[in-house]
Design a protein around this ligand. Structure first.
Ligand SMILES: NC(=O)c1ccc[n+]([C@@H]2O[C@H](COP(=O)([O-])OP(=O)(O)OC[C@H]3O[C@@H](n4cnc5c(N)ncnc54)[C@H](O)[C@@H]3O)[C@@H](O)[C@H]2O)c1
Length: 342
């Protein structure tokens, strides 16, 4: 059995953000000697994203597997839980609502139950800017959440559940609402999410970059290296306990502009293909004053530089075949661009 003092669970640690959070944990002096258990079902992540380090153990399995979660908590008695596992395809979540709530809500609740019963000290949760829906920009933590899709609804429900678990059981949590992260280790083969990854993957195959509607949607694209260390540090920052933080870059770009920047980073012409618009927030970006106040000044990698780093990584690993989601539950109003995979 591992020492309770030094056991950390990272769910979704074979995914993009998780891969960076684990690396940040391994470099955090306060976690020297900590053992890190990664629970990931590899539905959207990759074994090779998990660092090859004796302090890190990958368990392949699902957060929805109550018996497995129980077994892991009983064995390791995790002091901190970083819960990142989710299927984060926001736009697709309308069409896979049962799967979305099973995976992203019930899976989370399974972990919260275990964290309460085994008295974990801090539960770090990656929620999403999706909890704000189409609220006016810039969204601040004082903006009332009004999620508009099942993905955002599940995230907000977990936030509420964590608040209740703190009130009743004293479980401490830190909630982050990251947005539009990109960088090395991102799954570039998922056609429903990760616009930067989709653009790069398509360009490597000499295909146009698909843009829903006119491309005037505004998002603040965030280099993962700027946010992963903050997530890793969360349990060590007393003032962060039981708080919610927007997390990401400040400067919004349009998707049209992003396409130009991605093509430049890849060193190819910016060929785009406009698809029918889909239902989505036209502008979604946030203020990060609260995060700065509590975690201190943050680095903000310029878009061109972050994209250049990701492009170098993408070229080194090559393009990925597209892996469509196979269990669409509702086909009505599925964007035509996604109907090809039914
Ligand atoms: N990347 C972003 O811009 C962003 C923005 C807001 C919120 N988030 C949140 O951050 C977290 C990580 O996102 P990401 O971009 O790294 O996505 P990702 O898909 O790369 O990582 C998620 C990981 O969770 C795993 N997973 C999914 N369902 C699982 C299950 N039932 N059991 C075990 N493992 C499971 C996947 O295999 C994958 O490795 C997610 O919770 C996501 O909702 C990400």
């Amino acid at each position: 059995m591992s020492d309770r003092e030094t056991s950390i669970l990272v769910t979704g640690g074979a995914g993009f953000l998780g891969a960076h959070v684990i690396r940040a944990l391994l470099q955090t002096p306060a976690f020297d000697g900590a053992s890190i258990v990664v629970l990931d079902d590899l539905s959207g992540g990759f074994r090779e994203n998990v660092p090859d380090d004796p302090r890190v153990t990958l368990v392949v399995g699902s957060i929805t597997d109550v018996a497995l979660v129980e077994q892991l908590f009983a064995e390791y008695r995790f002091r901190h839980v970083y819960h990142l596992a989710a299927y984060a395809a926001e736009g697709l979540s309308h069409f896979i609502r049962r799967f979305n709530y099973t995976n992203n809500l019930l899976g989370s609740v399974t972990l919260i139950n275990a964290a309460v019963r085994y008295q974990s000290e801090c539960f770090v949760f990656t929620s999403s800017l999706a909890v704000y829906g189409s609220a006016p920009v810039p969204m601040s933590e004082d903006t009332p959440p009004q999620p508009e899709d099942p993905y955002g609804i599940a995230k907000y429900a977990v936030e509420c559940d964590l608040r209740a678990a703190h009130e009743i059981f004293g479980l401490d949590s830190v909630v982050f609402r990251p947005h539009n992260a990109y960088g090395e280790y991102q799954n570039i083969g998922d056609p429903y999410r990760n616009v930067v990854g989709i653009f790069m993957n398509r360009l490597m195959q000499s295909l146009p970059m698909p843009i829903f509607g006119d491309g005037n949607q505004q998002r603040a694209f965030t280099y993962v290296g700027d946010i992963a260390p903050i997530i890793a540090r969360a349990p060590l920052v007393d003032k962060a306990r039981n708080q919610v933080f927007n997390l990401g870059s400040n400067r919004p770009w349009t998707v049209k502009e992003l396409a130009q920047e991605v093509a430049a980073a890849m060193g190819v012409p910016a060929v785009v293909e406009h698809l029918q618009p889909r239902r989505e927030a036209v502008a979604a970006y946030a203020s990060h004053d609260r995060c700065r106040q509590v975690f201190g000044e943050q680095t903000e990698t310029q878009l061109a530089e972050g994209l250049a780093r990701m492009a170098a990584w993408v070229r080194s690993v090559g393009s990925r075949s597209t892996t469509p989601f196979t269990h669409i539950e509702v086909q009505e109003q599925l964007p035509p661009a996604w109907q090809q995979w039914l």
